[in-house]
Design a protein around this ligand. Structure first.
Ligand SMILES: [Mn+2]
Length: 433
C-alpha cells in the first residue's frame, strides 16, 4: 500500500465530514478525467484533490462513494479492475482486491459504478457530489434532482492542516527553496528563461518532485506579466528575472517567488522597488497571526506599498487616497499592485477556503495549521497606456512570495531557506554554489 497518511487520518476526515451532513446523505467523489494533449497522448494525470483528501486514491479512474444510511459511515471505492491486456501497456493496476486496503469499507469495479449508483441514490434524501470534475459523473448527475455541493463543508476542513500534512508541505517548501537557490547560483547574463526554468524544475525532479503549477520565469519586462509562462526570452545583462515556481510532495504544493538581478547586482531603481516590496512582504508575514483576519494581511502589505509609492514620488496623494476604500482597496496604488496578497496553500496551489464572501466580510479568521502565501509585488510595464509609468522604474516587475504556517507562536516561514535579502541574493547569483 502506498498511502501518504495512516488509514485513521482518512477515516477521521470522512467522519468529520459526515458529522456535518444531514441524515440520509450519500457522497460521490470522482477523481479527475484524463485529458487529451494530442491525438493519443494524454496530459500527465493529476488525481482530484478531494479524492486525495478523503481517500488517497491516485489511479486515473476511481469514484469514492460514502453514505450514512445505517448511522455509521459506509463507503465503497470504485476502481478500474485488473486487466492484463491494458496492464501490458499502462502498468499493473491496484485492482479491486488491492483497493480493499484503501480507506473505504469496500471496493468494487468501476464497471459496476453506474448501475450501482443509480440503485443506491434512490434511497437517500441528500446526494452530494462535485460537478465539473468527471464527465461520467456529470452525466449521471443530470438524472438526479437537487444535487448538493459538499465543498462548503470540506473546504474549511482542508484549510487547517494536520501535523503530517504540515510535514509534507515543509518538504515541498524546502525543495522549492533549494530549487530557487540553485537557479540563482547558476545564472549569468544572457541566460535563457528556459534555462532558469530547467534549473528550477530539474531540482524538483532530482528530489522526486514535480512542479505544482507551470513555472513562471520572466526576465526584464516579462516579469511584469502576472501569468507569463512561455519562458522563451533571453535575460539581458542588467535585467531582473522574476521566478515564480513551486513543487508538490504527496500532492501538497509549495509556491515561491523570487526576483533577482541576473548579473548579481541590483541597479538603484531596482533596489528601491525591491526594498519596498520586501518591506511589504515582511509586514504581510508579520500580520499572519492566529485569530487575525484574512484581510488584515492585505491591509498590512497595502499600507507599506502605498506609502512607499508616495515616498518614491510615483504617487502624488495622501496614503488614504492611494489605498482608496479600506475594504475595496481601489485606490491608485492598485495600478502597480493589482493582485491579492496571497492565498491558502495545500493540495491545490490556490487552495480552497480562501478569499472574502461579500464586500463586508474580512475573510477567514486565521488559526494554527493554516498555510498561506504572502506575495506582494509591484509592476511597471513600459507599454501601459492607461497610466503614466515613471521612466526610472519602467520595465521593472518584482514579486516576493513565501509560504507561511500559522501557529500559536506566530508565523513560521516554511520557505525561509530561500534567499531574499539583497545582500544574500547578490552573494549567491552567479556564484555557481
Ligand atoms: Mn502564489
Amino acid at each position: 500500500m502506498d498511502l501518504p497518511f495512516d488509514t485513521s487520518e482518512y477515516t477521521n476526515r470522512q467522519e468529520r465530514l459526515f458529522a456535518q451532513l444531514p441524515e440520509s446523505s450519500i457522497l460521490i467523489i470522482p477523481t479527475n478525467d484524463r485529458k487529451i494533449r494530442s491525438n493519443d497522448v494524454v496530459y500527465p494525470f493529476r488525481p482530484n484533490s478531494y479524492m486525495l483528501y478523503l481517500c488517497g486514491w491516485k489511479e486515473d479512474e476511481g469514484v469514492f462513494v460514502a453514505h450514512n444510511q445505517s448511522g455509521n459511515i459506509e463507503s465503497i471505492l470504485f476502481v478500474p479492475p485488473r486487466d492484463t491486456k491494458k496492464e501490458i501497456w499502462e502498468g499493473i493496476r491496484i485492482g479491486v482486491d488491492g483497493a480493499k486496503s484503501w480507506p473505504a469499507s469496500n471496493a468494487s469495479s468501476i464497471e459496476n459504478f453506474e448501475s450501482e449508483i443509480l440503485k443506491m441514490i434512490g434511497q437517500f434524501d441528500n446526494v452530494f457530489t462535485i460537478l465539473g470534475v468527471s464527465n461520467s459523473i456529470d452525466n449521471i448527475a443530470k438524472e438526479i434532482e437537487g444535487i448538493k455541493d459538499p465543498r462548503p463543508i470540506i473546504d474549511p476542513m482542508r484549510r487547517v492542516k494536520s501535523s503530517r500534512e504540515i510535514q509534507y508541505m515543509r518538504e515541498a517548501a524546502e525543495i522549492g527553496s533549494q530549487a530557487h537557490k540553485f537557479a540563482m547560483a547558476n545564472a549569468t547574463p544572457e541566460i535563457g528563461e528556459w534555462e532558469i526554468q530547467s534549473s528550477v524544475e530539474g531540482h524538483f525532479m532530482n528530489c522526486k518532485s514535480r512542479w505544482s503549477y507551470p513555472s513562471i520565469v520572466g526576465g526584464g519586462e516579462n516579469g511584469t506579466i502576472l501569468h507569463y509562462n512561455t519562458n522563451q526570452s533571453v535575460v539581458k545583462d542588467g535585467d531582473l528575472v522574476l521566478v515564480d515556481a513551486g513543487c508538490e510532495v504527496q500532492g501538497y504544493a509549495s509556491d515561491i517567488t523570487r526576483t533577482w538581478p541576473v548579473n548579481g547586482k541590483f541597479t538603484e531603481p531596482q533596489r528601491e522597488i525591491y526594498e519596498l516590496v520586501l518591506k511589504a512582504e515582511l509586514a504581510g508575514i508579520e500580520a499572519c497571526q492566529n485569530e487575525s483576519s484574512w484581510v488584515s494581511i492585505h491591509t498590512a502589505t497595502s499600507e507599506i506599498l502605498a506609502a512607499g509609492l508616495i515616498e518614491l514620488g510615483i504617487l502624488d496623494c495622501t496614503l488614504e487616497e492611494a489605498i482608496g476604500d479600506p475594504v475595496e482597496f481601489n485606490g491608485p496604488y492598485r495600478n502597480f499592485f493589482m493582485h491579492g496578497t496571497g492565498h491558502f496553500l495545500g493540495l491545490d496551489v490556490h487552495d480552497v477556503g480562501g478569499g472574502r464572501q461579500g464586500d463586508d466580510d474580512k475573510g477567514p479568521i486565521l488559526e494554527p495549521g493554516m498555510i498561506l502565501t504572502v506575495e506582494p509585488g509591484l509592476y511597471f510595464s513600459s507599454w501601459r497606456t492607461d497610466i503614466i509609468i515613471p521612466e526610472r522604474y519602467s520595465g521593472i516587475g518584482i514579486r516576493i512570495e513565501d509560504d507561511i504556517l500559522i501557529t500559536d507562536e506566530g508565523p513560521v516561514v516554511l520557505s525561509s531557506s530561500c534567499p531574499k535579502e539583497i545582500s544574500e541574493i547578490e552573494d549567491i547569483v552567479g556564484s555557481g554554489i
